[in-house]
Design a protein around this ligand. Structure first.
Ligand SMILES: NC(=O)c1ccc[n+]([C@@H]2O[C@H](COP(=O)([O-])OP(=O)(O)OC[C@H]3O[C@@H](n4cnc5c(N)ncnc54)[C@H](O)[C@@H]3O)[C@@H](O)[C@H]2O)c1
Length: 427
């Protein structure tokens, strides 16, 4: 099947790069976003998000007339939906979060009026199993004059598919093209048509399946990572209890030819691995016991780290009885959600540091080489260089293994007053 025009709904971290890559293959792309400011910026050939090489791609796509942004969908051969899929707000502690598919519903209702016979609608948002069928139902409800795969199967006027995205922020422009893609159609014809569309730029394999399987594949990939990180995090807590160096333990265990344990950390951050496994748990709470336990282990790690810092402060005060807690300086190294980026969203290191700032009466120094100002809730603390923190802090808390931290000299202070959750000092 040949596609000449595309309407991309949602111009964020996924939608904008995808729109730009399609446009670079001479497909006429109309990008739609409810954020007028983003629309204006894109129409100037600029970008409103940070992603290497995206600025060049968007600039030339807009300049050559293949990409244009607007706030309402327009007729096209294909529609791709890349809107957010967060949790419903207002969850009580201990409750299983419920996925919020209202953005998909709003996008479906916006697309419906301009749909035509022969179109394909593809959901790219990471979605709970069954969301693609829901999208098809919303479209069918709004357009009783057209047929859809849930009723008309292979003969449907409009084809529907789910094609999840697995790119890594920072490498999106490369991975979009090179990664293998899972393409789930509501029928085989839908999957084949979606495959034809993606093949305009994807160099990886396009693997065809059903929409429900494709939804579950994406959730499974992130649940797999989460469960494995939880195993490492749990090991770190066990080793702390029995006084064993977890970094040495893991490196020795990994010498077994069939063992490959990940590294522990401050918890799990970002908006994918910490979110997507809940989409499985919320649907099948009785069955997804391990996946739920992993989420809980990873979610509870920041609190465990804060308690370790409290113990370090208590030990320090016992060893230095002339001092009060107010005179104790704590340095936190790294607040980003992973190494070598400036992204603080959903960062467990940020959560830990914020809690330390809230409960510690003394000074808290923050070392984060990837930012130039601290977030608003950090008024009582100070952003400083690595060496300054090393020299003046009584308690050293290593939270993120940025490359520059690993290059710095080994810690010289007494090990008792350090909490190293990434093994940078290998304590
Ligand atoms: N960012 C990633 O690395 C990544 C990776 C894989 C999958 N995903 C998934 O892709 C989806 C999109 O994620 P993202 O990171 O691009 O989100 P994002 O927040 O960066 O972008 C979403 C965009 O959709 C717009 N939007 C919301 N409702 C809309 C509507 N009704 N019509 C038009 N636009 C609307 C928002 O204004 C925003 O610009 C999510 O399901 C996410 O889980 C993201």
């Amino acid at each position: 099947m040949k596609f000449e025009s595309l309407c991309m709904i949602g111009l964020g971290y996924i939608g904008l790069p995808t729109a730009a890559v399609f446009a670079s293959r001479k497909i006429k792309v109309v990008g739609v976003d409810v954020n007028q400011q983003a629309v204006d910026i894109i129409n100037r050939g600029e970008i409103h998000i940070v992603e290497p090489d995206l600025d060049i791609a968007v600039h030339s796509a807009v300049k050559e007339g293949y990409l244009r942004a607007t706030t309402t969908p327009e007729p096209a051969d294909a529609f791709i939906v890349a809107v957010p899929t967060p949790f419903l707000k207002g969850r009580k502690v201990g409750d299983i979060p419920t996925p919020d598919v209202s953005y998909i519903e709003a996008a479906s209702k916006a697309i419906a009026p301009v749909l035509e016979k022969g179109n394909i609608v593809i959901l790219e948002s990471t979605s709970p199993v069954g969301a693609t069928e829901k999208m098809a139902a919303w479209l069918a409800e709004a357009r009783p004059d057209l047929t859809f795969p849930q009723d008309a199967g292979e003969e449907a006027d409009v084809m529907i598919a789910h094609c999840p995205e697995r790119v890594l922020p920072g490498r999106v422009m490369y991975e979009l093209i090179e990664n293998d893609r899972v393409i789930g159609g509501m029928t085989l014809r839908c999957a084949r048509a979606a495959c034809d569309l993606y093949k305009t730029f994807v160099r990886g394999d396009c693997l065809l399946t059903t929409a429900r399987t494709a939804e579950m594949v994406k959730l499974t990939e992130n649940a797999f990572r989460d469960v494995n990180i939880a195993f490492a995090n749990e090991l770190s807590i066990i080793c702390d209890k029995v006084d064993i160096n977890v970094w040495e333990l893991i490196s020795l265990a990994n010498r077994h030819p069939r063992v490959n344990i990940l590294q522990p950390g401050p918890g799990v951050g970002g908006h994918c691995i910490a979110v997507d496994p809940w989409f499985i748990v919320s649907e099948t709470p009785e069955q997804a016991r391990l996946i739920r336990a992993a989420r809980e282990v990873n979610d509870s790690k920041p609190e465990w780290v804060v308690n370790k810092v409290k113990l370090a402060v208590a030990d320090f005060l016992q060893a230095n009885p002339e001092k009060t807690a107010k005179e104790v300086t704590i340095a936190c190294y790294g607040i980003a959600f992973k190494p070598d980026i400036d992204d603080l969203r959903e960062s467990p290191a940020l959560e830990i540091t914020r809690e330390i700032v809230a409960i510690h009466p003394g000074k808290v120094l923050v070392v984060e080489p990837n930012i130039s100002v601290l977030p608003e809730s950090f008024e009582r603390s100070e952003l400083v260089e690595f060496d300054e923190a090393m020299d003046v802090a009584d308690i050293q808390v290593m939270l993120v293994d940025h490359r520059s931290f690993k290059r710095q000299k080994k810690i010289e202070t007494d090990h008792e007053f350090c909490v190293d959750v990434r093994g940078v000092w290998n304590l």
